[in-house]
Design a protein around this ligand. Structure first.
Ligand SMILES: Cc1cc2nc3c(=O)[nH]c(=O)nc-3n(C[C@H](O)[C@H](O)[C@H](O)COP(=O)(O)O)c2cc1C
Length: 185
């Protein structure tokens, strides 16, 4: 395989396109984040890289809590909007039906099939970005997307972001069952 060296770049596939919700100065605000991942199981936690100047980060610093909302692929337009315009200049509080979480200070987007309520447990300043680690305190999943005790990824239909090409995608086909296909080398 012939490879080209691109130097140090933030290339990793795939990335989720999620919408982070937080109250800023008492009003809900939402921003799109692709640099978001699960960070630990006990406690259940997420980690996300937020640029220092984001308005949403101001709210997370104020309230120490936020939501991670997983949009479906048909929400690409509003996801992009939340990733283009800042709450500093635009009111993004009326874009969605907002439901309060178990923690009433956490705004949840009703249109998103999955919502995580998070409480900030660590922040780490990494020059351009702040790494925010949040403990997941509650998980909300659209009832129709539950197949027994499991979540049906086809029903959630998450929006995927591809870096470099700057394009949104859907999940592709299932290629194998995890923890099974590799049992026999
Ligand atoms: C697809 C996509 C992914 C993004 N991912 C991030 C990210 O991971 N971290 C970040 O700080 N900004 C990210 N942004 C940019 C912010 O969403 C954008 O600056 C937004 O306007 C910030 O809103 P706010 O100032 O109201 O918080 C992304 C934008 C798009 C379109």
């Amino acid at each position: 395989m012939i490879k080209l060296k691109l130097g140090p770049r933030t290339i990793l596939y795939p990335m989720p396109a999620v919408i982070i919700g937080a109250e800023v100065e008492g009003k809900p605000n939402f921003m799109t984040v692709a640099w978001c991942s699960i960070a630990s199981h006990k406690p259940p936690a997420v980690a996300m890289a937020i640029k220092q100047e984001r308005y949403t980060l101001k709210g997370i610093r104020e309230t120490h809590c936020f939501s991670v909302n997983v949009p479906s692929s048909d929400m690409a337009k509003v996801v992009d909007f939340c990733g283009i315009y800042s709450g500093k200049d635009r009111d993004k509080s009326k874009l969605f039906t907002i439901k309060p979480g178990d923690n009433p200070q956490i705004p949840l987007i009703d249109e998103c099939p999955v919502n995580l309520e998070c409480t900030t447990i660590h922040t780490l300043d990494l020059k351009s970005h702040c790494l925010v680690i949040g403990e997941i305190t509650q998980t909300h999943v659209k009832q129709d997307c539950m197949k027994g005790k499991k979540i049906d990824p086809r029903c959630v239909d998450p929006l995927i972001y591809a870096t470099s090409s700057e394009t949104y995608h859907r999940l592709g086909e299932v290629v194998a069952k995890a923890y099974e296909v590799g049992k026999v080398p």
